[in-house]
Design a protein around this ligand. Structure first.
Ligand code: SAH
Length: 488
């Protein structure tokens, strides 16, 4: 570590910036946000700097640099395009022992401006010690995505309550446990969900409970650590590629005490759950109902009632053929707090990863998501409403009934030449696509069946796959003929 990170109070501190252009402006912007009194000295000062530092607090001096301007300054920044002048400023500062930064010139810097993640009052500074500023910025980008925006508000709330907590929880261990519970449980979740008033109430309630336990005759340090309030998170895990998870899904997965997951949740996604969490498979395969929905609901309720944070991890989006609605109805009835996190539904993933836009100004003005899972013996219904040639239809759970679905559409009047695509394992490395028409797809698929999960995309847009495909394997007509003729 050849520079040391310190967080310096610049409020009302005098700082000199030599230079009046863009470089100076960037530093002025940062330092003015930290509350510094900024003096700019340069023969020409840009319009932008004048706007930025327009109030009386700052001084703009239109003049050549002179070392008289260094007097009394806490730090100095040289950001001119005159190398000799930059060296001069550096030498003058050294003589007066004032820390100086010559922008983009590491050997002439006593201190470095880090890349900053600002969740005030939480602030993170990242430095590569001038070796790889781009890498520092990329590190920053990663942290930005990991740290919820609500962190700052959470820290502020904690700051506001700090004295009260100190007076009500006398021991250090007790306070540590109290804050851990607040930052990892309901209080933080409420804050991250934008419900700051409720977060404050929850924190006060948690403090009262802890306080009461401490003052009861059995109260001791151990008891201050009350059980966390259980909650259920119904989380969309997307189509399989872990990169398609939302930040929120990932965060909640990493907090889970127990995870109930479906057959469609990929191993790669499951691996991202908290290592210590119990992982319970409750998947339903088409013919084999592993765990009845009612039992899944009950398992979640029981776990939440023992104080656990329960993640219900579902393929795709919980509210698209995902029974998410039924599950939260059960949670409501049992008075269990819950949140629902959207996921990328299979239709969206399949569309993007195959180059089949679901809508397109020339081909489709609307799109429908329809279940293709027809209970045996049930008459085909609803095909009459699926005949609009300018509408895309996505059938979920339709591969097994592809013959009934295509025949049903043609019987209802949809053109037999309507393009159709079967997309298997959308977004996964094993993705495969087969295209054809309502008339010929069944025979094609029989000759070369694709594995489930798969969905069907019906409509003019399906033919765009040939032109726009960019991912995975495509079984085109010519491929199929070539395979048949043993040409490849
Ligand atoms: N809630 C899920 C859908 C569950 S229904 C979602 O929003 O995606 C299950 C059906 O989704 C499967 O039969 C299949 O049609 C489709 N499906 C799910 N994942 C898929 C994938 N990776 N590729 C293609 N289809 C998929």
């Amino acid at each position: 570590m050849n520079t040391f990170p310190l967080f310096f109070k610049f409020t009302d501190q005098p700082i000199l910036i030599v230079g009046g252009g863009e470089v100076a402006q960037r530093k002025a912007d940062l330092l003015s946000r930290a509350g510094a009194h900024i003096t700019i000295v340069a023969p020409q000062i840009s319009h932008e700097i004048r706007e930025l530092l327009g109030d009386d607090k700052h001084s703009l001096i239109t003049a050549e640099y002179d070392k008289q301007y260094l007097a009394g300054k806490r730090i100095v920044i040289a950001g001119t395009d005159d190398e000799a002048l930059n060296h001069q400023v550096h030498a003058d500062c050294q003589a007066l022992n004032i820390p100086v930064n010559v922008v983009d010139t590491p050997p002439l810097c006593d201190f470095i401006f880090p890349a900053i993640v600002d969740r005030s009052p939480i602030v993170i500074g990242i430095s590569s010690n001038g070796k790889a500023p781009v890498l520092a910025r990329l590190t920053r980008a990663r942290l930005e995505t990991l740290i919820p925006q609500g962190y700052g508000k959470l820290a502020k709330l904690a700051g506001d309550m700090r004295d009260e907590v100190k007076s009500k929880i006398p021991t250090l261990t007790g306070r540590r446990q109290f804050w851990e519970k607040a930052f990892e449980g309901k209080v933080s979740e409420l804050m991250f969900a934008g419900r700051s008033v409720e977060a404050e109430q929850a924190l006060k309630q948690q403090l009262e409970q802890t306080h009461q336990q401490l003052s009861s005759k059995h109260g001791d340090d151990e008891q201050a650590n009350t059980k966390p309030v259980g909650e259920v998170y119904i989380v969309g895990a997307g189509p399989g590629d872990p990169e398609l998870l939302t930040f929120k899904a990932l965060r909640l997965m990493q907090q889970a005490d127990i995870v109930y997951y479906d057959a469609l949740v990929s191993d790669e996604v499951l691996d991202l759950c908290r290592r210590d969490a119990d992982k319970v498979f409750v998947g339903k395969k088409r013919s084999n109902h592993a765990v009845a929905q009612q039992n899944i609901n009950q398992m979640m309720i029981d776990a939440a009632n023992t104080g656990k944070r329960v993640v219900r991890l579902k393929g795709g989006d919980p509210f698209v053929f995902g029974r998410g609605g039924e599950e939260i109805q059960a949670m409501r009835a049992a008075n269990i707090p819950y949140q629902v996190v959207p996921g990328i539904t299979a239709a969206n993933a399949a569309a993007c990863y195959t180059g089949i836009p679901l809508t397109h100004r020339d081909h489709a003005q609307s799109v429908r998501f329809v279940t293709g899972f027809l209970k045996s013996g049930e008459p085909n219904q609803g095909f009459d409403s699926l005949t609009n040639p300018k509408e895309t239809i996505v059938f979920y759970m339709g591969l097994h009934s592809i013959e009934r679905l295509t025949t049903g559409l043609m019987d209802a009047g949809r053109d037999k030449d309507t393009p159709i695509a079967i997309v298997s394992h959308a977004s996964l490395p094993t993705q495969q696509v087969m295209t054809g028409t309502l008339e010929d797809i069944v025979a094609k698929h029989e000759a070369n069946p694709l594995p489930t999960p798969a969905l069907l995309i019906v409509g003019e847009v399906a033919k765009l796959h040939d032109e726009l495909a960019w991912y995975g394997e495509h079984i085109s007509d010519s491929d199929q003929q070539a395979h048949a003729l043993n040409m490849v």
